[in-house]
Each structure stands twice: as C-alpha cells, then as structure tokens.
Design a protein around this ligand. Sequence first.
Ligand SMILES: NC(=O)C1=CN([C@@H]2O[C@H](COP(=O)(O)OP(=O)(O)OC[C@H]3O[C@@H](n4cnc5c(N)ncnc54)[C@H](OP(=O)(O)O)[C@@H]3O)[C@@H](O)[C@H]2O)C=CC1
Ligand SMILES: Nc1ccccc1C(=O)C[C@H](N)C(=O)O
Length: 490
Amino acid sequence: MTNQGKEDIAIVGAGPVGALLAVMLARKGYKVDLFESRPDSRPDASARALYQGKSINLALSDRGWLALKAIGLDEEIRAQAIPMTCRMIHAIDGSLARQPYGRENQAIWSVSRAGINEQLITLAEQQAGVEVHFEHKLTGLDFNSGSCAFDAPGKGQERVDCRRGLIFGADGTFSKVRRLAQELPGQRISYSLDYMPQSYIELTIPASSDGSFLMEKNALHIWPRKNFMLIALPNPDGSFTCTLFMDLQGALSFESLDDEHKVSDFFRKYFPDAMPLLTDPVATFMAKAPSPLCLVHIDPWVIQEKVALIGDAAHAMVPFYGQGMNCGFEDCRVLSELVEQHQHHWPDILPAYQQARKENCDAIIELAKRNFVEMSDLAGDARFLLRKKIEAKFSEMHPELWIPLYSMVTFSPELPYAQALAVGEVQKEIMDEVMNLPDIEQNWQADCTYRLLYQLAQEKLTPNTLAKTVSNPLSPGPLNSLSQQKEVKA
Ligand SMILES: NC(=O)C1=CN([C@@H]2O[C@H](COP(=O)(O)OP(=O)(O)OC[C@H]3O[C@@H](n4cnc5c(N)ncnc54)[C@H](OP(=O)(O)O)[C@@H]3O)[C@@H](O)[C@H]2O)C=CC1
Ligand SMILES: Nc1ccccc1C(=O)C[C@H](N)C(=O)O
C-alpha cells in the first residue's frame, strides 16, 4: 500500500492509547511504526504477569466507548467487560449501601488492562501499513530530523530513521519522549510531576469454587475509610481485582504497617467483611512495594511541529475518576477528527489538537484528584448521599437544566471535561445553598426544595454553560446493551 506522500508516523508506546492511535492513523492511510519497550504478552499467558500487581482495573465509560465505536471494536470489548451500575459501599460494620452511578440503564464497565491492550494491538497489526516492534525501548530522539534510537534486546542499539515523519509519544506517565523534549536546548517547556501522598497495592478476591462471584458482580465495591480505601472491580472469571490506596508515610500508612501483626490487625479492624475473602492479604501486603500515583502537567504538547504527546505522557492523572484511559482514547478520537478537518495538513492539525485537548485534560486531572475525597470519605457520608439523591431527583425532573457532575464526566461523551468542571462548580454553589435549608434531612422531598433549586439553576446556569450537557451520541448503544444484558439475565 502506498501512503500517497503522507508522513510516516512513529508511535512510541503500545499501551492502550498508542495502539488505538496506530489503528486510527493507519485507517487514514498512514504508514505507522509502533514501538513498545515490553515484550509481546500475547503468545503465552505467563507474559501477562507484566501487567499484574500494578494494574488497577480500568473502568470504561462513554468517552472510551465512543472512541472504540469509531474503530468498530466496541462490541468485541463489551463482550468481556462487566457493567458496574453502582458503587457498593462497605461500612465498617459490614453493612452495604448501593449508590447508582447514573440512571437505571447507565454503567461504567470493568475491563482488564492487559485484555484491552492486547485486543487493540492485534487490531493494529491487522491494519495495512502498521508494523509493531516489541522490545524496542526509545533511548534517543533527534527532534529536527525525526531520527529515533531504540534499545532492542539482541540487536544492541537499533537506529530507526523517521526523517520524513511525525512522532507521537504515547509512552505513559514517565514518558521518555517527554523527558527528551525537556532536555532540548532553548525549548521553553512548563512541566510538573506531582506525587500524591497515597500509593497503592493490588490484592485479589478469588472466585468461589464454582466460579461464581463472592460479592455483588455488577458493582464497584468501595470500603471508604477517610484517609484510605479499598476498592474491588469484578473480572470475567469471577474474581475481583482489589486495590488498597493509602498514604505512603504517616501515622497510619504503608510505612507504619511494618509487621504482620499490625497488618493483620489493620485488615481485621477496617475491612472485616473483606478480610476473609481476600487471598493472603497480610502476606501480599508485606511482600509488595506500594506503587506511586502521580499527576503530570506539561505545556506545550507539540514540539517543533514534529513530535506530539498523547495519553498519559501528556496528562497523567490519578485513577480515582476512572478516566485516564477514557481521556487518552478521547485524545485519539479528537486528533483523528482533526486530521480530516484539516485535510491531513499536520502544521495545522497538531496545534489544533493541543488547543482542543489541553484545557480539558487539565480539568479531568483536577476532577480525578478531587474524586479521592469523594470515594474515600464522602461516599460514606450521609449528608453527601442526601445531596446526591436531591441532585438525581432534580435531574430527572429537569434534565435540560441539571446533569450531575459525575454523569457529565462519565455519561456525556461529547461534553468537554472543562465544561463539566465549570458547570460542576456552579452546581456545587447551588447545592451548598440548598443543603443549608432548615431541616433539609426531613424536607428533601418537599416541593419548596425543588422550587429553590429550579430558581437557582435558572439564575446561575446560563444556556451556554449547559450546552451539550444532555446530548449522548452513544444512546442507544452501550446503554441499550446493558438493558439487554439485564433482560437476558431475567
Ligand atoms: N491500570 C493501570 O495500572 C494502568 C492503567 N493505565 C491506563 O491506561 C491509560 C492509557 O495509558 P497510555 O497513555 O497508553 O500509557 P501506558 O502507560 O498504558 O502505555 C505506555 C506504554 O509505553 C511503554 N513505554 C514506556 N517507555 C517507553 C520507551 N522508552 N520506549 C518504548 N515504549 C515505552 C510502556 O511500557 P512500560 O509500562 O513497561 O514502561 C507502556 O507499555 C492510562 O491513562 C491509564 O488509565 C496505564 C498504565 C497502568
Ligand atoms: N477504575 C477506578 C480505579 C481506581 C479508582 C477508582 C476507579 C473508578 O472508576 C472510580 C469510579 N469512577 C467512582 O467514582 O466510583
């Protein structure tokens, strides 16, 4: 196949974002070389251990689905994904409370990182013009000529020349492409990488002996304990991948729990219902080094009109909104649309890509950070839950005026994240006022509560801030298939 004078493209990093980008660009007629430092995990299952231990399960939501639909992979991935319709909150006394994520037919979907990554790489390989190079670790990059240097085991330093090309850094949070760009003399790059106080370890709740789930399957389980939390996401084999998020240092932290007795007491005290289900929680805790969580901001994303960052390399965020991959997929979808819009003219496409994405990615980085407090603390707070109930009821009454922030981020795939953040700020002001009404706990269903909400929403939410909050190009789509799944079950 000829690529008709189009630029050759190198993508560094075949994570979910790099692999999706390869598919999209190849389908637009580009020759794409996809370089990945890891070996291919597909030939034997044991290679999947590469992902284990540090792979918080992914929660696919409508932004991710929209991008997957664009390449026709949505149905195949949905076949192995598990819809989670609610948070299942585990109180310290073992009681359970269900918090729906959205309307009855809305869900976020648990998918394994390894699985989705492998499916995307397989699809990339099937595209004419794509070549995937495993065990190729980028070590050097000439930003003028586009010449890349890779460490390739067995071949020593392999040099790959992409002189006519474009290069995408899809190489994750600690991106080498990004680090090399920062070393360029004279380049003005604003950059920050912030570590969160929390780190995490992965634990497992296995399937029962007959392969069924030991807890509610269609939920994201949370044990919120204010400064720390345990979560569990379901896997198709009946197990749950669990993640314990906790401060690395401090009075109660990974570092303070430094012997088996302390760890055992900790699990027994804070997670009494989970402790008997978890596989060797104490031994696993003692054996594993906690993984860090960090945020990355960088500006610009495009360097010398030739190299661009995408996915975590451009905007690493904490996992608490379940939006990292969804946002990276959205980067690819938007970029792909811009390729058409600007008729393959990259000097226009790349600045437009940064312009379209940067502000929105900053917004979701911020929202993701805030969601730790919502998950680990507020999710167990009665007043916060009441607030959510009032919002949900008002949203049902006036969907043209009010979509809750969580739904704007998760179930409104064409609404820019920055707009969700801005509308969410105004909603917060309004709800603070409503929650200050006398006896709101008793009167939350009263007409006067909703009259006040309506009046404040009319006053404070302008038509401009509300634009697009309601449209969802995926309905009917994943949502419908969720109802279908329910019907099948029934
Ligand atoms: N569940 C989890 O724990 C994780 C989830 N994700 C999710 O996936 C989303 C998308 O991530 P994405 O942007 O694709 O980033 P990823 O981190 O998933 O993928 C980047 C890929 O690039 C590889 N890589 C790193 N450095 C080099 C190099 N010098 N040369 C060649 N390859 C390199 C990485 O290998 P290596 O990893 O070995 O460095 C990795 O396979 C994230 O936002 C997050 O939501 C991403 C990572 C972990
Ligand atoms: N996938 C995750 C991984 C780690 C931490 C949270 C998530 C979530 O998806 C949280 C969900 N969005 C929530 O708000 O309950």
